[in-house]
Design a protein around this ligand. Sequence first.
Ligand code: WT7
Length: 648
Amino acid sequence: MSPTAAKKTKLEGEVFYPNPETLTGTHVPDWEAQAAQASKDLTGYWARRAEELEWVRKWDTVLDESKKPFYQWFVGGKVNIVQNCLDRHVKTWRRNKLALIWEGEPGDQRTFSYHALNREVNKFANVLRAMGIKKGDRVTIYLPRIPEIVIAMLACAKIGAVHSVVYGGFSVESLHGRILDSHSKLAITADGGWLNGKIVKLKDILDEALQRSPSVEHVIVVKRTGQEICMDPERDLWYHDLMMLPIASPKCETEVMDAEDPLYILYTSGTTGKPKAILHTHGGYMVGIYATLHDVFDIRDEDRWWCTADPGWVTGHSYMVYVPLLNGATSFLYEGAPSYPYPNRWWQMIEKYDITILYTAPTAIRGLMRFGEAWPNRHDISSLRLLGSVGEPINPEAWKWYHRVIGKERCPIMDTWWQTETGMFMITPTPSVPLKPGSGTRPYFGALKPGSGTRPYFGAAAEIVDEAGKPVPDGEEGFLVLLKPWPAMLRGIYGDPDRYVKQYWSKYPGKYLTGDSAKRDKDGYFWIIGRVDDVIKVSGYRLGTAEIESALVSHPAVAEAAAIGLPHEVKGTAIHTFVILRSGYSPSLELMDELRNHVGHEMGPIAKPEEIKFVDSLPKTRSGKIMRRVLKARAQGLPEGDVSTLED
Ligand code: WT7
């Protein structure tokens, strides 16, 4: 059945019932039964899913809880995620299938069959091995959205090296901190990447970061933008030169890994202090993410999947790089900005490449919505059959626009809730035929409510609790916790096991603390409200108040700084800062600009504050901690709440 022939989603009140025709033949027709099975027999369920993939050696134990919260999955199993991303497919007809379709911002295109991608990965893996990179070594990857980022990540995984990808939008200090913490010996970058018609000079930024972090012995540079750059003859090597060497053979053995061996670390902002390195492993992560794309986005051979996330964030790691390949799918990658050169760029590419599933963030939807529906309407985007949303709560207005204008009222929207730490979807709608209220034990199964991620995925269990850890009644706000381990869960914080226990498992022993506040409604649907810690989600990007504050304080004019997030129409949340100047400096518009640019230079453009307010004092507790909660309330004209700990 062609997607265009499908009837529209039915809207009743605020509940959307996807039309059964759109969902004919979905991978999981009996979602409810499977959910019940997974909830009854968690390990049996995951063992069955793991068997859908190839292993060098099968596991002895599905889940080892003896060292919890250091849970271990598929213990004794031997596998490399790349074995299932590439090796498995090149042995079948899929070798001739497209793995990756890529378009650069200037409009250049490249495509890779599974065979071709495998070849490039093998060549680069051989280069890495020849350079002395071994199993367990960390490699920092700082690349734009070009095919080489996928190749580099897979090549690292293939030889058992642990990649640490740093988002290309981060700048000197953020990059430096991540290189230093990971003790990377090797960094992979490009001369630049295209964004909004301009070159982001990645190599220059890396050079500056490396002046502050000497652990890196070599830098491999991909030529992308072609402008003149500085190459250190002792340290820097061109990617294209290396790939021409005889050692860059297209045959390469995949390193056999223990299921629990590290696959990658990815830095993310936490409650306090420096970003922490979230650790994911080969076995459990592979099984968990594989299952989610297969089930939730119903991925099929004829699909063309587009996850718009940057590979530098977890959405890119899981759903742009690894999971489409695990499922033998074809995915699309675009280098540049959504509205360059015109606001139809995305819609034009959906039409051109016949994209069938689009997975993006609410901020992008709101941003494109601002340009009006004439832009998407001039393109035939009827190839789309499913839509997705991730990264922050989607406001019902954006949901409905996405549903009506992009999905033409036929494509169900999968609003997936998860985190860097969870690795995979944890709360997500299902592309299953909805039952009417009263016709089953779970009345709205399969039905969508704009703004809700609906319910936990197979085997997952979530709960809303109060400060003391007691479940709150439906409809009341509280802390979102997860109750059961899942295969793609983080295995800790690299180099800091105590922080892992303290941050996620101490507040409510035995329950995983997400850091989000949420509500559950009477139908069991979850509604995420937002972060309750010092994390700010700016345009879906996760930043920490502490990092922004320390970037500000590193400027000679700043004595003290506080950062908070306030609601913003497009960004969801925007960064507002309060600054106390050192004596000898006085507030001015020039200084404000200078400080914004300073944050941009140190952390990256996404961290530039929306607003800088010069103040004489900051509300603090008697022990000297800034009370951001009070600043936030004041800025919004809301009651300040309990201020008994406020210093005089
Ligand atoms: C935080 C995690 C999930 C991958 C990208 C972000 C927020 C994420 C949703 C959603 C409401 C969401 C939460 C979460 N979040 N998805 N569908 N609805 N909020 O990963 O950078 O680790 O951020 O993003 O606040 O805790 P991340």
